[in-house]
Design a protein around this ligand. Structure first.
Ligand SMILES: [Fe+2]
Ligand SMILES: [Fe+2]
Length: 367
């Protein structure tokens, strides 16, 4: 969350604000005009012309039951996020959808999701998720939303959108049908799964794309999977993460924002800050196995404390990401739980929970 828009101010300025429940949406604040020491050059309460926010909605997983019946909870999550985006003050310059619009990549699911998203008043751009991709290798998604990967510039920031959910042709071609391939990919902890990757073709495109960008230009990468290696068992993982990170290394400020994990994650690797955005559909718990495998994430502050399967909106909520410093700085507003602020600490060299870092809560038991 930025210095100029505190949570309270944000909520005061929001038309829904204090009167309503919390909604699953992320706001990303891009603030320019900082002096040395982080002080804004502008007077309090005003925004520089070049400052802007964009909103981020992710992982709706619109799922057909039969005919025109869809899973209601997932529909409602997305509808609420769109309604909230339309009421945001300040108005976001645009809205990103972070992937997994559908559950099984069906045309009816993508159509239904696109119809709900069409109520959004702002320009909307899309990121490809594996649930959108593996039925027809993204063909129908492309018809609806355009290229699988692309870049654009906005008010001095270079944005890159990647399709990070590609995998080996040998895996793609081994299934008897497209439906079977999609079903195999749709299982989170499926041992028949395969790692995601950005792939060579897209990496060489990215290299060319970044060659025209000044080293001091802030770069924001929007992907579905994390572009870091977190937990392979659940595909919270991008196989060629290091190669992509190497292409981003020359830039002074890089933020990677991703969906897919349906949980709070933040990390800082050198010049790159990472933030996940929460899902509008359901939460994934933090796997116990995080403790057993090599993880590049900072120690999670409250593992398994938040994901309550009996509360449909838990692990969804508001989050505010400030990308100004190029270091992790985010505030989370969580329904039915304590809000959290996470900031990069120069002392420890990692992002930390400002209140709860040293006061870990016991893990919630799951049955
Ligand atoms: Fe998802
Ligand atoms: Fe996903």
């Amino acid at each position: 969350m930025s210095a100029d828009i505190s949570r309270r101010k944000f909520l005061e300025r929001s038309a829904l604000g204090a009167a309503s429940a919390l909604f699953p949406i992320a706001m990303v604040n891009v603030v320019f005009g900082k002096k040395k020491g982080g002080e804004a050059t502008k007077s309090k309460g005003t925004r520089e012309k070049s400052d802007f926010t964009f909103a981020y909605i992710s992982d709706a997983h619109i799922q057909q039951i039969s005919g025109n019946k869809f899973v209601r909870n997932w529909d409602q999550g997305l509808k609420r996020a769109v309604a909230e985006a339309n009421l945001l003050v300040p108005k976001p310059d645009f809205v990103m959808f972070g992937g997994d619009l559908g559950q099984l990549g069906k045309k009816v699911e993508l159509d239904h999701g696109a119809e709900i998203m069409s109520a959004c008043k702002y320009k909307t751009r899309y990121v490809m998720g594996e649930h959108d991709y593996y039925l027809d290798m993204g063909a129908y998604w492309e018809k609806l939303f355009g290229s699988h990967y692309y870049s654009f510039d906005h008010k001095g920031v270079h944005f890159v959108v990647l399709n990070s959910v590609l995998t080996y042709d040998s895996w793609n071609n081994k299934w008897p049908s497209a439906e079977e391939r999609m079903n195999q990919m749709a299982g989170l902890d499926n041992p028949n799964g395969t790692p995601f990757m950005v792939g060579e073709a897209q990496r060489s495109w990215l290299k060319k794309d970044l060659a025209k960008v000044g080293r001091d230009t802030p770069v924001i990468v929007l992907s579905h999977s994390p572009i870091q290696k977190i937990y392979k068992g659940w595909n919270f993982w991008t196989e060629d993460a290091e190669q992509v990170q190497a292409l981003l290394k020359p830039f002074s400020k890089v933020n990677v924002i991703y969906g897919h994990v349906h949980q709070i994650q933040y990390n800082q690797i050198g010049n790159i800050s990472f933030n996940s955005v929460m899902a509008t559909s359901w939460p994934w718990p933090y796997p116990q196995t995080y403790a057993l495998v090599k993880s590049n994430l900072p120690v999670l502050t409250v593992p398994m404390n938040r994901a309550d399967p009996f509360f449909e909106r838990d692990a969804t909520g508001w989050q505010f990401i400030d990308v100004n410093s190029g270091k992790v700085a985010a505030t989370y507003l969580l329904p039915d739980n304590e809000n959290r602020t996470v900031k990069y600490s120069n002392k420890t060299g990692r992002p930390e929970d400002v209140k709860y870092q040293d006061k870990r809560t016991a893990a919630q038991e799951h049955y």
